[in-house]
Design a protein around this ligand. Structure first.
Ligand SMILES: CC(C)(COP(=O)(O)OP(=O)(O)OC[C@H]1O[C@@H](n2cnc3c(N)ncnc32)[C@H](O)[C@@H]1OP(=O)(O)O)[C@@H](O)C(=O)NCCC(=O)NCCS
Length: 111
């Protein structure tokens, strides 16, 4: 990742990164991430796996990768707002709901 890979997202008032997840040379997933350095929080803004690769463990592998990235960058927590149909996926991956807003989930990575 380089600073040039960030871009300003007008809707969010924070620069975001897009990470692609590959199976060999085939892109199979995408995650949009942004952060709050003061809170040591990494937010997942958007997350998706290509349809024909869904339900094969790819999404969980990608979440594991994001968690390792978080550890390496010393973020404390990952937060996201889950769509209603993806809540079970995040629960299976160890995220807990918060009372911030509907569908809000978090996972503590570092203390
Ligand atoms: C939700 C999504 C990211 C899951 O990725 P995936 O690669 O299909 O998920 P995995 O195969 O890693 O599933 C891991 C576990 O979560 C479960 N799971 C997956 N999707 C689920 C869902 N929508 N609801 C409940 N459980 C789900 C799986 O059954 C699996 O459980 P198991 O370990 O007991 O077998 C993917 O289906 C997707 O991209 N959906 C469309 C976009 C979307 O909804 N993105 C999330 C927006 S925040």
């Amino acid at each position: 990742m380089t600073p040039e890979s960030k871009y300003s997202n007008e809707g969010r008032n924070a620069p975001t990164w897009f990470f692609l997840f590959f199976d060999g040379i085939i892109p199979v997933g995408v995650a949009e991430l942004f952060d709050d350095k003061k809170l040591r929080c990494l937010y997942i803004g958007n997350f998706g796996i290509v349809k024909k690769f869904q339900n094969k463990g790819v999404g969980s592998e990608f979440v594991d990768w994001i968690e390792k990235y978080c550890m390496s960058q010393n973020y404390r927590v990952i937060e996201l707002t889950a769509t209603p149909n993806s809540i079970g996926f995040y629960e299976k991956n160890g995220f807990e709901s918060t009372d911030k807003c509907e569908g809000s989930f978090k996972k503590i990575i570092n203390l």
